[in-house]
Each structure stands twice: as structure tokens, then as C-alpha cells.
Design a protein. Structure first.
Lengths: 530, 227
């Protein structure tokens, strides 16, 4: 195989693999991308739900607390403040309470010495917030909710060195604001329970982590091994907006990536296999071509090598015949045998080569002007001595049919084969040869008075190497290819060779397409070549 | 008429030379394509016989080279390969005919005769026009004689001899004269060459070859044309 062809095949196979691989990669990337988007959507939905639940928690807690502290304002400045204060402070969610008047001044506690240390600390804690109007409704971090018919509440988160402080503020619409510092620990505990108890696992086997404002992890859930690729993060709703919830996921499953690998591997395998098959096919084709060329070359060389010495035998025998004394009958007889046998050998070689050409589909006719009658006459004259030596007669009926476009060699070979066949098998009687033309068709009939051919074998005699076997024909020398070659040549010549009914022996009719020379073409068979 | 034979097989070349020489042709030989081109330029033959497969320049190449010099000289290919015929005849090589090996003498002569007639016509050979001996008419340009409806094929040498006789009716022509005229002065004949040729000619044109009337033997002198 040539380097160029191998390289071309390799390049084609490589391009094929690359194309398939690229398509596969594009497909897989698309699938991965779609899968990522789907996972993101699910994770976002999970986080949103989580945030919504926390939001509901604070709404509910805020509403409850707002209702419980709604009487605080009325208790201020009365004897009921202490009882009220005790009852409020028994609530586990309430650390401390405070009251801001309509004038935005702290009404309770006031930081006086009569108050508890916690109250005094509270005053210090919220004084800056009050001063900054942090608890004013219009500066709400989130919209105020209606806790009841007239109560509104809202949350506020503040961060000090000691951590997060959560305040619930409420007002009944009279202008006073009641503030509750919520028990952070209690709230965080509630959140922990909310985020962990009876909750589904994070989606896609992921990992949920909620961290507080200071980075402390509040909650973790799910597969910690999935804590590989941070996919989504969300700040929780106020008052916990400094808290973050994040869901991490494991990388896209190997099964998805492996399809890309499998596809590429499959394409590579297919490409390599295709290339190997292509190489094998080309090699086999070239090998067969070389073998065919060798056969053709061998046949051609054998033909050439056989024909050259045979040419010398015939030529010198005929030259000698011209020099030998006319009275030397024995010498002339011997020379005649040499000439005839060399001619017979020539015809045999010709038949074998035609058979080879036929096998290779190379049999063809080549037309040129020629005189069919002259050809038939000359061949009949050649066979006459041999026929008459067997005690038979050779009769020719032929008119002049003019010069025709024929393959002279093919016609000669056909007539030789037919007469040779008749001479071999007709042991007595007359061999009759009749030539005539009917328009563009030349017709030749050769009939003998020999044993003939049984009806069931009449088509088989045209098969290569088939010979009728009976006591009359066994022992007759022959190859069995002459009639088959003759028929094939006749058909290539636009005609046929068939057996026609005859009272005795075998009569063969040859027809060939033989237009008058000077006209164009000649009727071809399906093709003039086969 | 001069023929150039280019054939690398010595036996075939010599056989063809003898054959064509016996039939009245002057033969120039060459053993390969290169020598063939040299001989063609020197001898300017009337037609050329070429083998195809030869060492050095092949018959195809030589044909092209000859055609480059002379577009009209008849060229006949000698080949053992029938499949080469297409190349030979079809495709711009300009060959006129082919002879397939193995060939017989008759086949070669038949091809040569056809070409000779053509060359005669082209050369407007009128040295001797048609002439007749009684009921025998000789057509030099056709290399034929006719007696009634029968056609008699003649070789160039036979025609040359008949032309010599026709120009010298009734004269005894000695053997050397006939040999020089028909074979050329440089030819060293076999002692029976002339006799065999005359014998063959008599078989063709005499009504009774055993009792010849047209070509009569004059013993010890030569032959006389009695026509």
C-alpha cells in the first residue's frame, strides 16, 4: 500500500473520530449544562423554602410576642408594672422589654438606680439605637406585620461584641413602641429544630450548612462528602439576614461523564476499525489486482513466447516448401504435415487465449474491412486436403458478398473451429459449407454427415471442455473449447452460432452482423466488448 | 519495391526477408527500433514492417518517429498480442494493417499485395500499362491477371518477369538478364531460383502448365515469351 493512501486513510479516520468526539463532547456538555441548571433550580427552590419557613417562624413568633406585650404601655407608671413585668419576663422568649414613647424617648427602663442591672445594661445597649432612630417604624428592615387588629410588629437585629441581639418591636398605633429583646438562644434553638427535625435531606445528596453572622455553623445536614462544590448560597430573611444558608453538591455523577468517555472511545474504536477494514480492503484489492495482472502478464508472456517459435516453424516450413523440388512428393508431404500441425497448434493457442480473455471479460471484436467469402474460401482450401484424405468431400457454396466490416481474425477463428470440428467428427460423407448474405447479416452453415449430437446434449457442446462421449468420438483429439469460443465470438459479432435441424449429422449455422464496408458501425451485442 | 523489416527475432527477420525477396521485394533489415529509424532514413522504403516488442525503441515509438518523417508510407505491424491491435490501428499511431503471429507465408504475402497495390496506385505506376496475352490480361496496378472471370494473383516478381516478356515479345531472354531484372544485379541466385519461379508462374497463367505456350523454355539459352 502506498504511503500516500495510508496517510489519506489515517487522516480520514482521524477526522472521523475527531468529529464524532467533538459532537459527543458538545452533546455531553449540553447534557451537563442542562443537568447543572436543573440542579441549581432545585437547590434554589430548597433554599427558598428554607428561608420562607424561617420567615414564617419569625412572623409567628413576632405576632405572639407582640400580643403578649401589648399591655405594657398601659402598665407603665402604675402599680401594675412590676406584675406585668414579671409576667412578661416569665416568657422564655423574652429577655428584656423596653418602651419608647411617642417622642422617641425611652420611657422604660430609664437606667435609674432603682432598676435592675439588666435593665440598666439594656438602656446602655439600646440608647445608641434609639438615638439613631433604629426602632422607628419607617426605618424598618422589613415591613411591619399586623399581629392583631391594631398591633404591628417588626424585627431588628443588632450586632455587638457579644454577639447578635434580636429585638421585636410592636406598636398598637398609639405611638408608643414596645420593644422586646428576644432570647437569642431560644430562637436559635428553635431554628435548629426547624432546620433539622423531620426535614427532607438536601437535594441530590447535597450538603446544607447554615452559618451565623460570626461564621459559627448553626446547622449542617446531608452528605458531608458532597461538600465539594458550593453551588448555591442564600442570605436568610431578616432579622437573620447576616445568616447564610448554603447547599453544596457533589460533582456531576460519573455516569454522565462516562457517557462522553464511552462515546469517544466508541468513536475511536469505530474509526480505527473502519480504517483497518479500509486498509485491509485496499490491500486485498491491490493483491487481487496484482494477481490478475500477473495472470494477464503470464498469459501474455506465454502467448508471446509460444507464438514466436511457432511463427518460425510455419514461416520456414512454407519457405522450404517453396524451395523443395516439385517431384519430391515425400518431402512435400512431410512439409505439409509440419505446416498443417503448426497451423493447428496456432489455432489451439488462439482458442486457449480467447478462452482466457473470455474468463477475464476481455473478449472483444475489432472490425475492419474484410472479405468474408475470401476468408471462408481460403480456410476451406486449407482443410480440403485433410478432409479428402479421410475419404470425405468438402463442398463450398459461396457467392461474392462483398467487403464487410468484420473482425477478420474472429471470423477466421470461428470458421477454423467449425471446420476442425466437422473434420474430426464426420467420418464419412460430405462436409458442406454454404455462405450467403442477407442485408447486413452474413450467414454460414457448416454441416456434416457424422454421428451428430444427441438432443439432450445440443446446448452442452458449447460449454468449455465438454465433449460428447461415445464410441465414435472417444479417442478423437480435442480440447472441447472450439465451439464455445466460436459461439462467444459470434455473439460478440452481433450474431450467434446455433444447431439447425438436419437429416443427418450436425449442421451449425453461424450468423454475424456484417455491414457493407463504407457504412458506419456494425450491429453490436450488448457491447462489442465483454 | 523496397520493404523495411524491423524485427528483433533473427529467424523471423531472415525468414521474412527470404519470403519477401522470393516474391520480388527488395528488403532492408533492422534488428531493433533505433537501427530501424536509421535504415528508414537511409533507404526510404516503399513500406515498413514493424515488430512491436523490441529492445530499446519499441515498434510504437518507431512508428511515431517514422510518421514524423513520412505521413504516407504504409506501415504494417507484426504482433503476437491481439490486444495490442487497438493501439496499433486506432489511436493515432497511423499504422495501416497488422499481421498476427504466428503467420503463414501466404498471409504475409496477401497483406503485402494489398499494400503493394495501394503503393502502385499512389505512385501512378504506368511503366507498363495493362497488357494482354491472348485471353490473358495483366493488370500491373492490381498485381493480377484475368482470364475471363478468373482472377490470378501475381507476385511482384512474377509481374516484373511478365512485364519484361511483354516488352520483348518473341525474344529469347537469357537467364542472367531475367535474374538481373527480376532479382536485381546484386542477387546471387540459387541455381533453381529462376526455374521455380517460372514454374510457379506457368501454373498460374498457362492453360496447360506441362505444355507452356506463353512462357517457353529455350534450352541452353533462357526463356521466350510466346504470347
Amino acid at each position: 500500500m502506498t504511503t500516500r493512501l495510508s496517510t489519506s486513510l489515517a487522516v480520514l479516520a482521524a477526522l472521523f473520530v475527531l468529529m464524532i468526539g467533538w459532537l459527543g463532547r458538545q452533546l455531553t456538555l449540553g447534557e451537563e449544562d442542562a443537568l447543572r441548571k436543573e440542579r441549581d433550580q432545585v437547590v434554589d427552590a430548597a433554599l427558598s423554602q428554607l428561608s420562607s419557613e424561617i420567615d414564617r417562624y419569625f412572623d409567628q413568633l413576632g405576632g405572639d410576642l407582640a400580643r403578649r406585650v401589648s399591655g405594657t404601655g398601659a402598665a407603665i407608671g402604675t402599680n401594675r408594672i412590676e406584675a406585668f413585668r414579671r409576667s412578661i419576663l416569665n416568657d422564655s422568649y423574652v429577655s428584656r422589654i423596653f418602651l419608647i414613647g411617642e417622642d422617641e424617648k425611652l420611657l422604660y427602663p430609664r437606667g435609674s438606680s432603682g432598676e435592675s442591672e439588666g435593665e440598666r445594661d439594656l438602656v446602655q445597649l439600646i440608647a445608641p439605637l434609639i438615638k439613631n432612630r433604629a426602632f422607628v417604624p419607617r426605618q424598618l428592615e422589613r415591613p411591619a406585620k399586623t399581629a392583631g387588629a391594631e398591633l404591628r410588629h417588626w424585627w431588628h437585629a443588632a450586632h455587638w461584641r457579644d454577639g447578635l441581639h434580636l429585638f421585636l418591636l410592636s406598636t398598637g398605633g398609639a405611638g408608643d413602641v414596645v420593644g422586646v429583646e428576644v432570647n437569642c438562644a431560644r430562637v436559635l434553638s428553635d431554628l435548629f429544630v426547624l432546620l433539622t427535625r423531620d426535614r427532607p435531606a438536601p437535594p441530590f445528596g447535597g450538603f446544607l450548612q447554615v452559618t451565623m453572622d460570626d461564621g459559627t455553623v448553626l446547622v449542617t445536614r446531608g452528605n458531608e462528602l458532597a461538600k465539594v462544590e458550593l453551588r448555591r448560597e442564600l442570605s436568610l430573611a431578616p432579622p437573620l439576614q447576616s445568616f447564610r444558608a448554603a447547599i453544596s453538591l457533589a460533582p456531576i455523577p460519573l455516569g454522565v461523564r462516562s457517557s462522553y468517555f464511552n462515546l469517544t472511545a466508541g468513536a475511536l474504536l469505530l474509526g480505527v476499525t473502519t480504517m483497518l477494514l479500509g486498509i485491509f480492503a485496499v490491500r486485498e484489492y491491490r493483491r487481487e489486482l496484482r494477481e490478475a495482472e500477473t495472470r494477464v502478464s503470464f498469459v501474455g508472456k506465454v502467448s508471446h513466447e509460444l507464438r514466436t517459435p511457432l511463427t518460425n516453424v510455419r514461416l520456414y516450413a512454407e519457405l522450404l516448401e517453396q524451395r523443395i523440388d516439385e517431384e519430391d512428393e515425400v518431402g512435400r508431404k512431410y512439409l505439409g504435415i509440419i505446416i498443417r500441425e503448426s497451423e493447428r497448434l496456432s489455432r489451439l493457442i488462439g482458442n486457449v487465449l480467447r478462452l482466457g480473455e473470455s474468463d477475464r471479460g476481455k473478449l472483444a471484436v475489432k472490425r475492419s474491412p474484410g472479405d468474408p467469402a475470401a476468408i471462408v474460401r481460403s480456410i476451406v482450401d486449407l482443410y480440403r486436403p485433410a478432409v479428402e484424405s479421410h475419404g470425405m468431400k468438402l463442398r463450398l457454396e459461396s457467392g461474392e458478398i462483398g467487403e464487410r466490416l468484420i473482425d477478420r481474425d474472429a471470423l477466421s477463428q470461428i470458421v477454423h473451429n467449425l471446420l476442425s470440428n466437422a473434420e474430426k467428427y464426420a467420418r464419412n460423407g460430405t462436409i458442406s459449407v454454404a455462405l450467403r448474405a442477407d442485408g447486413q447479416t452474413a450467414m454460414l452453415e457448416i454441416g456434416d454427415e457424422g454421428p451428430g449430437v444427441p438432443a439432450e446434449l445440443r446446448e452442452r457442446i458449447f460449454e468449455p471442455f465438454f465433449r460428447v462421449s461415445n464410441e465414435l468420438t472417444d479417442g478423437v483429439a480435442g480440447t472441447g473449447i472450439g465451439l464455445g469460443i466460436a459461439r462467444e465470438l459470434a455473439r460478440l459479432h452481433g450474431g450467434d452460432l446455433v444447431i439447425v435441424p438436419s437429416p443427418k449429422g450436425l449442421t451449425l449455422r453461424l450468423t454475424i452482423d456484417a455491414p457493407l464496408a463504407g457504412t458506419t458501425g456494425g450491429r453490436a451485442t450488448e457491447s462489442d466488448n465483454r | 519495391m523496397k520493404v523495411l523489416i524491423v524485427e528483433d527475432d533473427l529467424n523471423i527477420r531472415q525468414g521474412l526477408t527470404d519470403l519477401l525477396g522470393n516474391h520480388g521485394y527488395e528488403v532492408v533489415e533492422a534488428g531493433d527500433g533505433n537501427e530501424g529509424l536509421v535504415r528508414f532514413k537511409e533507404a526510404k522504403p516503399d513500406f515498413v514492417c514493424l515488430d512491436i516488442m523490441m529492445p530499446g525503441k519499441t515498434g510504437y515509438d518507431l512508428c511515431r518517429a517514422i510518421r514524423a518523417i513520412d505521413e504516407d508510407v504504409p506501415i504494417v505491424f507484426i504482433t503476437a498480442k491481439a490486444e495490442e491491435i487497438d493501439k496499433v490501428l486506432g489511436l493515432e499511431l497511423g499504422a495501416d494493417d497488422y499481421i498476427l503471429k504466428p503467420f503463414g507465408a501466404h498471409e504475409v504475402i496477401a497483406r503485402m499485395r494489398a499494400i503493394t497495390r495501394r503503393v502502385f496506385r499512389e505512385q501512378r505506376r504506368t511503366a507498363v500499362s495493362s497488357f494482354a496475352f491472348g485471353d490473358l490480361s495483366v493488370e500491373p496496378s492490381e498485381l493480377r491477371a484475368r482470364r475471363g472471370p478468373a482472377q490470378i494473383e501475381l507476385t511482384l516478381r512474377e509481374l516484373t518477369i511478365l512485364e519484361l516478356f511483354a516488352r520483348n515479345p518473341g525474344k529469347v531472354l537469357d537467364r542472367d538478364l531475367i535474374l538481373d531484372h527480376a532479382w536485381g544485379k546484386g542477387y546471387v541466385p540459387n541455381s533453381r531460383t529462376l526455374d521455380q519461379t517460372i514454374s510457379t508462374l506457368r501454373r498460374k497463367i498457362e492453360l496447360d502448365p506441362k505444355s507452356p505456350q506463353l512462357i517457353q523454355t529455350v534450352h541452353g539459352a533462357g526463356y521466350r515469351f510466346g504470347g
